[in-house]
Design a protein around this ligand. Structure first.
Ligand code: HPA
Length: 327
């Protein structure tokens, strides 16, 4: 054996013929052997937001490059470490950085870490990102809780044969942005005196930022925020029955809103500037989610409003007018 081959490289070579499920199991086994914590909550930390992981107690720090089959981030502001530790006694898995479609990874690779988190036993994930603000109520540095998303990456990470061990062929997306956890975040933000909004996140591939015309189009179709990540992970989470709380940091107003260009430096600087607020919010919300996960009466979202959920008037008398959700 060549002495230059790391165990992860070897695993990668051996894993070429394994199913994604088996690869995720191998990766999870590697991680579980390095910590006694068994987290149920994961946090994915986006551009400039990685410092939260440094506040976890008794951390096991694992470089992505050492985890079998794990994709390694090439983006600046993404450290590429998994930190498993505790926050006020609650075990948490924090990913410092993620991989993106624009880096050249396939969407299957982009969601592989979510597959691994599910194998670790994660039931809820807090997905964070840096985003451009389209809604003009927002301002640079504000935090936005994701109420919904629009996938404009031109593909879907679940395309291809479906492995039922992960989830069903056609997963429902109506409640993946778990409303009760958004309510926790709103309440805790109010206690902390933080300026927190709600909005709809549109994911494009990047890596170029949008044009002003594209931003006008995105506003027209109902987007409040724009970014280059997170949506593939949300789709994978929905596939596996994992609840999502999405939080964007508006690192800049989107193209054409202010009379100035957008730079990657500005995006990172703003993320780093709001780290304190952002960590305070996570510190307050995670214990509440943990209590909910262990409660015998777990939070349930409002029932989804689907066409097929409407009762046929013929069979059951007059149908109740379905409740409309406001924006
Ligand atoms: N557009 C896309 N992605 C982003 C932006 C933006 O304006 N800001 C941070 N990530």
């Amino acid at each position: 054996m060549s002495p230059n081959l790391t165990s992860a490289t070897l695993q990668r070579a051996r894993g070429a013929n394994l199913s994604t499920f088996a690869q995720a199991q191998q990766a999870a086994k590697y991680i579980l052997a390095r910590t006694r914590q068994r987290p149920r909550i994961a946090v994915v930390l986006g551009s400039g937001l990685g410092a939260f992981a440094d506040s976890l107690a008794n951390p096991a720090v694992i470089d992505y490059r050492n985890i079998p089959h794990f994709p390694v981030s090439t983006a600046i502001g993404h450290a590429g470490r998994l930190v498993i530790g505790t926050l006020q006694g609650v075990p948490v898995a924090a990913m410092q950085g993620r991989v993106h479609f624009y880096e050249g990874y396939s969407l299957a690779q982009v969601i592989f870490p979510m597959r691994v988190l599910a194998q670790l036993g994660i039931r809820t994930t807090i997905l964070t990102n840096a985003a451009g603000g389209i809604c003009t109520d927002y301002h640079q540095g504000c935090l936005v809780l994701l109420r919904d998303h629009i996938n404009l990456q031109g593909s879907n990470p679940l395309i291809g044969p479906n492995d039922e061990r992960f989830g069903v062929r056609f997963p429902d997306m109506t409640t993946v942005h778990w409303a009760p956890y958004r309510a926790f975040a709103r309440e805790e933000a109010r206690h902390l005196g933080l300026d927190v909004f709600e909005g709809v996140y549109a994911a494009l591939t990047g890596p170029s930022y949008e044009t002003p015309a594209e931003i006008r189009y995105l506003r027209g179709i109902g987007a409040d925020l724009v970014g280059m990540s997170t949506v593939p992970e949300i789709i994978a989470a929905a596939h596996m029955g994992i609840r999502v709380l999405g939080i964007s940091c508006v690192t800049n107003m989107a193209a054409g809103i202010l009379d100035q260009p957008i730079t990657a430096e500005e995006v990172l600087e703003t993320g780093e500037r709001v780290q304190g607020q952002f960590s305070a919010l996570l510190n307050a919300v995670i214990p509440r989610i943990s209590a909910d996960l262990t409660s015998p009466t777990q939070s349930a979202p409002e029932p989804p409003q689907t066409a097929s959920a409407q009762v046929s008037p013929k069979a059951n008398g007059p149908a109740k007018k379905p409740k409309r959700r406001g924006r």
